[in-house]
Design a protein around this ligand. Structure first.
Ligand SMILES: *Cc1c(COP(=O)(O)O)cnc(C)c1O
Length: 379
């Protein structure tokens, strides 16, 4: 099955009771048993729920994996991955990552004796120098948030395989439409399904997908034992969102390209970060591992002028100032004070998250309206 069919049919079957084409919202916590253990595969909704199950199968199908898991948020999904580790274990993580992931690693899991090394992965082969006997997990986010750096997943996977280390990829920014890291050798795919998978800014949810059954069983155990699941109503909404992922992504990419080109030519702008530019440092890797370049980009004002950046943000009308990304509507954000406020100033400036940086999640509105909005805000 091709990807554009999988978004609609992948892992799905019609409802057994009445043939409903969409899985019903099984808004129930428990299931009747005829005799102890006499049930139809569902006992308690923390462990299993038919609506969530349908969504988990869709996730697995989209990422070319065998097993999908849905959680109450992206961070709950990352939390489950980290619980595969034990005190003394080490993680090598990209240094340019989602602020909430950095906070979870350093403020929660570091307290439980897990060590983190945050390294630049711009040259993927460099990470080998950080590996030791305690290294158990490599954490990759690509494209990175908000600097749009690209990490060579295949090269990292070769290193992780050689050293028998798990490789987890946060695939939120690309979505499975653009990039399928399991096929490049990753072991675990993580998504904030709040973003492109849900796609309509109406649900907070996380997802994991793996190929290996033993690894899947460990994660299912954690999902049930720690209990950070999502409800049936949210599962239904995200499953509905997933069905249009391919058409939405196609438009996000088209609009993202136009906006990137427009900003690059504008005299008030210093840098535009978008992996589709030929002069982007890892453009060729982006081209080889992604189908297109997505709808996310960021830019700085001339001379890193903070007040100019704030003025632009306040003048934008269609681009709404808000946290989050990946919905049908265009959003803008100020990483230094919003998504990345939990990262110390020196840390974030090292990776380029300066005070005038503005991040755009380019939506699927008419491109003429988006460009006109940017033009009036900049002029
Ligand atoms: C939003 C986001 C997360 C966290 O997901 P939540 O659903 O907000 O918990 C993790 N990684 C990336 C790249 C994100 O954009």
């Amino acid at each position: 099955m091709k990807f554009n069919t999988k978004t609609i049919h992948g892992g799905q079957e019609h409802d057994k009771a009445y043939g409903a084409v969409m899985p019903p919202i099984y808004q129930t916590s428990t299931y009747a048993q005829t005799t102890p253990g006499g049930h139809k595969g569902y006992e308690y909704s923390r462990t299993h729920n038919p609506t969530r199950h349908a969504l988990e199968k869709a996730f697995a199908s989209l990422e070319n994996g065998n097993f999908g898991l849905a959680f109450g948020s992206g961070l709950a999904a990352i939390d489950a991955i980290m619980k595969l580790l034990k005190p003394g274990d080490e993680v090598i993580s990209t240094n340019d990552l989602y602020g909430g992931s950095f906070r979870l690693f350093t403020k929660i899991f570091q307290n439980f004796g897990i060590k983190f090394q945050f390294v630049s992965m711009q040259n993927a082969a460099d990470i080998e120098a950080y590996i030791n006997k305690s290294t158990k997990l490599i954490w990759v986010e690509t494209p990175t948030n908000p600097m749009m750096n690209i990490i060579d997943i295949k090269t990292v996977a070769e290193i992780s395989k050689k050293h028998k280390i798990l490789l987890a990829v946060d695939n939120t920014f690309a979505s499975p439409y653009l990039q399928q890291p399991l096929d490049l050798g990753a072991d675990i795919i993580m998504h904030s399904a709040t973003k492109y998978l849900g796609g309509h800014s109406d649900v907070v949810m996380g997802a994991l997908v793996v190929k290996d059954e033993e690894l899947a069983n460990k994660l299912y155990f954690i999902q049930n034992a720690s209990g950070a699941i999502c409800g049936p109503q949210d599962s239904f909404l995200v499953l509905r969102g997933v069905k249009t992922l391919h058409v939405r992504m196609q438009r996000h990419c088209e609009n993202g390209r136009e906006v990137a080109m427009f900003l690059k030519k504008h005299p008030k702008i210093e840098n535009v970060y978008w992996p589709g530019f030929e002069d982007h440092p890892n453009h060729l890797i982006a081209k080889s591992q992604m189908k297109d370049f997505g709808g996310m980009l960021s830019f700085t004002t001339k001379g890193n002028n903070y007040s100019e950046a704030i003025k632009i943000i306040e003048k934008l009308k269609i681009f709404t100032l808000a946290e989050s990304l990946g919905g049908v509507e265009s959003l803008c954000g100020h990483p230094a004070s919003m998504t990345h406020a939990s990262i110390p100033k020196e840390e974030r400036e090292k990776t380029g998250v300066v005070d005038s940086l503005i991040r755009l999640s380019v939506g699927i509105e008419d491109i003429d309206d988006l460009l006109a909005d940017l033009k009036q805000a900049l002029d």
